[in-house]
Design a protein around this ligand. Structure first.
Ligand code: UDX
Ligand code: ADP
Length: 459
């Protein structure tokens, strides 16, 4: 059967770009993205495309071309479920903050709510596609809720994990390395495969069983994160020796068995996936009593936490062991460049640590709002909202952030930071003027020539 109507529940960083690209390549399919967050839906529908709720290069052009033609954004979840033959679940699955598995297991309450919603509304057969990253065997839970709805509607469950990276989402969706579809029913698998086949070469569409598909997503993220923690561990050795981590990364990356990607030493990885997915893996391993396996993967997170902490410790130590009352200017707040997403960004943890040492922080990020920055800090619960407001000033211009600063901490690798007039910045700062480059973004010798005390990662 060819699909004519799709509903996607969850209008976020995954659902939004993914559905926009599917809509663009399948003009004959009507897609409705629904969300319980009315503000978010209103922003997706805003005639001013700069107000879309997420920033992704190339996204606004695709939304412009498809919106209200075959791509719709709505809060009317029930109607969209009712009229669709295929439903994508693309809601958030954060790490649990309470109860059993707190700080480790995925919180599946949003997924369960979706499944119950679908079970209640569906009057005709549906293909339900898991798009959110989920622990292995979640499809089973979804199926059990759907099959016990009391109606004779038939549900086919597919796992179709998303491998897009934020900041390059559109490019990744248009030219994926592979599309993975896990399922039991050939009919359901082929219905989804035919949607992707409108722009993805057939040999890149992989079919597996549901569990392999779910586990592949966790495994891919765990392997990628492990590479970063591995190179970050080497960066610390470099800082104690004459080795340079950039040179080491280049040298090992030229070995075709190792490959050059994901070897950039940094202040630590962030984002909504890596930590969450590894914690999921650890939780699954522990639940099967596979303690060595759990410890193995947990070490990737321990290393990442260490890298973030090490960065702020080094900054404090270099500033004569105190940052109390000193202005520290942070450039970048998002977890990587070209996105306004800040989930698990290293900047949050570094700022939190510096605030505990009574620093005054000034933040500039090209795409993150001051409200978001305050929300991120408040979420940690380390201090009151008033204290966060007092300790952290968010500014609209990088040059404002840097006036009278004792030190600059580069947290995100935004390209624009490289283009700044660093000589002028130097004159505006307190002396000695320190730069802590958490992304190895700037040219070390140039910065030293200007007069900065320049510290980077692994050099
Ligand atoms: C990741 C996966 O790449 C993607 O396939 C999956 O679908 C979701 O999780 P994302 O979190 O959007 O994507 O970004 P990614 O590019 O993987 O970067 C994650 C973090 O690692 C960022 O904080 C980034 O700055 C950091 N990173 C990445 C490094 O520190 N060094 C590197 O070499 C690469
Ligand atoms: P991701 O990066 O996985 O896309 P986001 O947090 O950006 O995560 O997006 C998830 C979206 O799912 C949010 O906009 C949230 O409001 C929405 N959502 C969560 N639960 C439900 C639900 N039961 N019904 C509809 N939308 C939901």
């Amino acid at each position: 059967m060819s699909i004519k109507n799709i509903c996607c529940i969850g209008a976020g960083y995954v659902g939004g770009p993914t559905m926009a690209v599917i809509a663009k390549n399948n003009p004959h399919i009507n897609i409705t993205i629904v969300d319980i967050n009315a503000d978010r839906i209103a922003a997706w529908n805003d005639s001013d495309l700069s107000k879309l709720p997420i920033f992704e290069p190339g996204l606004s052009e695709i939304v412009k071309a498809t919106r209200n033609k075959n791509l719709f954004f709505s809060t009317d979840i029930n109607t969209a479920i009712d009229k669709s033959e295929m439903i994508f679940i693309s809601v958030n699955t954060p790490t649990k903050t309470y109860g059993k598995g707190k700080g480790m297991a995925a919180d599946l309450k949003y997924i369960e709510l979706c499944a119950r919603n679908i079970a209640e509304i569906a009057k005709t057969d549906k293909i339900v596609v898991e798009k959110s990253t989920l622990p292995v065997r979640t499809a089973e839970a979804i199926k059990s809720i759907l099959d016990n709805s009391g109606s004779d509607v038939k549900f086919d469950i597919l796992s179709n994990p998303e491998f897009l990276a934020e900041g390059t989402a559109i490019e990744d969706l248009l030219n994926p390395d592979r599309v993975l579809i896990g399922g039991e029913s050939d009919y359901a698998i082929e219905s989804l495969a035919s949607i992707y086949a409108s722009w993805v070469p057939e040999d890149k569409i992989l079919r597996t069983n549901v569990w392999s598909s779910e586990l592949s997503k966790l495994t891919a993220n765990a392997f990628l994160a492990q590479r970063i923690s591995s190179i970050n561990s080497i960066s610390e050795i470099c800082e104690h020796t004459e080795a340079n981590v950039n040179e080491v990364a280049k040298a090992i990356g030229m070995d075709s068995r190792i490959g050059s990607k994901f070897l950039k030493a940094s202040v630590g990885f962030g984002g909504s996936c890596f930590q969450k997915d590894i914690l999921n893996l650890v939780y699954i391993a522990k639940s099967y009593n596979l303690n060595e396996v759990a410890d193995y993967w947990e070490q990737v997170i321990i290393m990442n936490d260490h890298q973030k902490r090490r960065f702020s410790d080094r900054l404090i130590k270099t500033l004569y062991n105190t940052v109390s009352g000193k202005k520290i200017s942070m450039l970048g707040w998002s977890f990587k460049k070209d996105t306004n997403d800040t989930r698990e960004s290293a900047a949050i943890y570094v700022a939190d640590h510096l605030l505990s040492e009574q620093a005054k922080i000034s933040v500039y990020d090209p795409k993150v709002s001051s409200r978001k920055i305050q929300t991120d800090l408040n979420y940690l619960g380390t201090r009151t909202e008033e204290e966060n407001k007092e300790g952290v000033e968010c500014v609209d211009s990088p040059y404002d952030a840097l006036v009278d600063a004792h030190a600059i901490a580069i947290m995100t690798e935004w390209d624009e930071f490289k283009t700044y007039d660093w000589e002028t910045i130097y004159t505006k700062m307190k002396k000695p003027a320190f730069i802590f480059d958490g992304r190895n973004l700037l040219d070390k010798s140039e910065m030293i020539k200007i007069g900065f005390e320049y510290y980077s990662i692994g050099q």
